[in-house]
Design a protein. Structure first.
Lengths: 164, 309
């Protein structure tokens, strides 16, 4: 055949690449870009955690740290896209950080600097969803950080570790 | 016939000549890859320069080098500029045949710099794979007309592998009950929070409403998508390729409708490599054919060995 030798060599090359990809993804938790085992949505039924940014009136900070329902805050959600922030990054930053340090708080403030907030006070909140009684999904909102032009105030229930 | 022989014939079709139409199809695919490499490199570089401060999740090479060094001094921007120059040079066959390999390494570095913030997106994987196969092909087939065939075959192999791998990830990660409709409810609610966070508002569409109203409908949606992933490997076979491609594109539309996740580049790449477009492109002009050959190969054509020009 016209390209028989080339095709045979091509298959060997693909075989080596396949071997390389297997070694790389096996040793890097399924991800070594551009190789991947594509594990998205592989664990079904688990509780999820995401994040929202909620506008807060500076005059109304009573019960500011108490858990809220999605219905009570959905009119006050600040679209992070309008602030130039990648929503998935923001969400992962809030929901996947296990140990909060001054460095992490500084990185959070960098996401929402004064020129972006323009005098507004916002709350970075974690949204958690789970199946309840097997026939519906409940969503709870946990306030985490109150951010204004100068400061980041922390929910008293969140410990800050001083070693980065 | 041995499976490896069958796979070789299905992926690379060695008995068929490389026509001018196939070379044009290949250059259009290469152009698509080059455009997305430049777009991604700059968007990742600009985002890094503006926002990245701490490494939240080290991916790939970031496990071995401190990539926070690239968050400052405009290094991510400089990498984007170098990638752009090199990928354009490679596309126009100016300079060295190793350029795509260098682009691949810098592109990986740029990805792990940008996505060190906790997100692991997959929508750019096929573009990355495209660069990888172009890099390997340009090194091993710099002067052979087989180069386009190797690139298409290699890309198709890894696309098919990826979808089937996604099926098994779900089977191993959850079990046979992965397709239960309640799981889709959870994902719809999760993505609704993501959209609300991004845009400030969210409305359930008709398909999501059906899935939320009827758990069996949600189960059927998941089952169809999961089955489509399972048969992803049938892309390797010429006869099945257009049908599997169509099913996969349909599955991506389904994912967009149910979970608001868009895979624009993924779908475009599927459309480009999944159908035999070369059959529709008939070019008889020798001048055009010679010009295409010049911009397909990295060296002057080889007329020796197994290959005929």
């Amino acid at each position: 055949m016209k390209y028989e030798n080339d095709a045979f060599r091509g298959l060997k090359l693909i075989g080596w690449l396949f071997l390389l990809s297997t070694v790389l993804v096996a040793s890097h938790k399924g991800e070594f870009w551009p190789f991947s085992i594509y594990p998205m949505f592989s664990q079904a039924g688990n509780t999820w955690n995401r994040a929202l940014l909620i506008e807060v009136s500076p005059d109304d900070t009573t019960n500011i740290w108490s858990e809220k329902s999605i219905e009570s805050i959905d009119q006050h959600v600040v679209p992070v896209k309008e602030l130039g922030v990648d929503q998935i990054d923001y969400s992962n930053f809030i929901s996947k950080t296990e140990t909060w340090t001054p460095g992490r708080l500084s990185a959070l403030k960098k996401l929402f600097p004064e020129n972006v907030l323009q005098g507004r006070m916002v709350m970075a909140a974690k949204a958690s969803g789970k199946l309840t009684d097997g026939d519906s999904v409940s969503v709870a909102i946990t306030p985490m950080f109150l951010i204004d032009s100068d400061t980041v105030r922390v929910n008293p229930n969140i410990p800050i570790h001083n070693t980065d | 016939m041995k499976f490896t022989d069958r796979l070789k014939n299905e992926l690379f079709d060695p008995g068929r000549d490389v026509t001018a139409g196939e070379m044009l199809h290949f250059k259009l695919f290469e152009l698509f890859i080059v455009v997305y490499v430049i777009l991604y490199s700059w968007s990742w570089g600009l985002y890094t320069q503006r926002f990245n401060e701490e490494v939240v999740l080290p991916l790939g090479l970031a496990n071995y080098i401190d990539i926070s060094l690239f968050f400052e001094h405009y290094l991510a921007i400089i990498i984007a500029a170098v990638i752009s120059v090199m990928v354009l040079a490679a596309f126009f066959r100016i300079g060295n045949r190793w350029f795509y390999l260098i682009v691949l390494m810098l592109f990986h570095l740029q990805y792990v710099i940008r996505y060190s913030q906790g997100e692991i997106p997959h929508s750019q994987n096929l573009v990355g794979l495209g660069v990888l196969i172009l890099a390997v092909g340009s090194v091993f087939y710099p002067a052979g007309k087989f180069f386009p065939r190797f690139v298409f075959g290699g890309v198709i192999f890894f696309i098919g592998l990826g979808y089937t791998s996604a099926f098994f990830s779900k089977l191993i990660g959850t079990g046979f009950h992965w397709f239960y409709g309640e799981h889709l409810w959870l994902w719809i609610s999760e993505k609704s929070i993501d959209i609300l966070s991004r845009d400030g508002l969210y409305e359930v569409n008709f398909l999501q409403q059906i899935a939320l109203d009827h758990v069996w409908a949600a189960s059927v949606i998941l089952l169809i998508g999961w089955f489509t992933e399972l048969i992803g490997f049938t892309l390797w076979f010429k006869k099945w390729r257009p049908y599997t491609t169509t099913l996969l594109i349909g599955m991506h539309f389904g994912i967009t409708l149910t979970m608001n996740i868009r895979f624009d580049a993924f779908v475009m790449q599927l459309i480009i490599v999944g159908y035999p477009w070369y059959k529709l492109i008939r070019l008889d002009s020798e001048k055009v054919s010679g010009w295409l050959l010049k911009f397909t190969l990295f060296k002057k054509p080889s007329y020796s060995g197994s290959e005929s020009a």
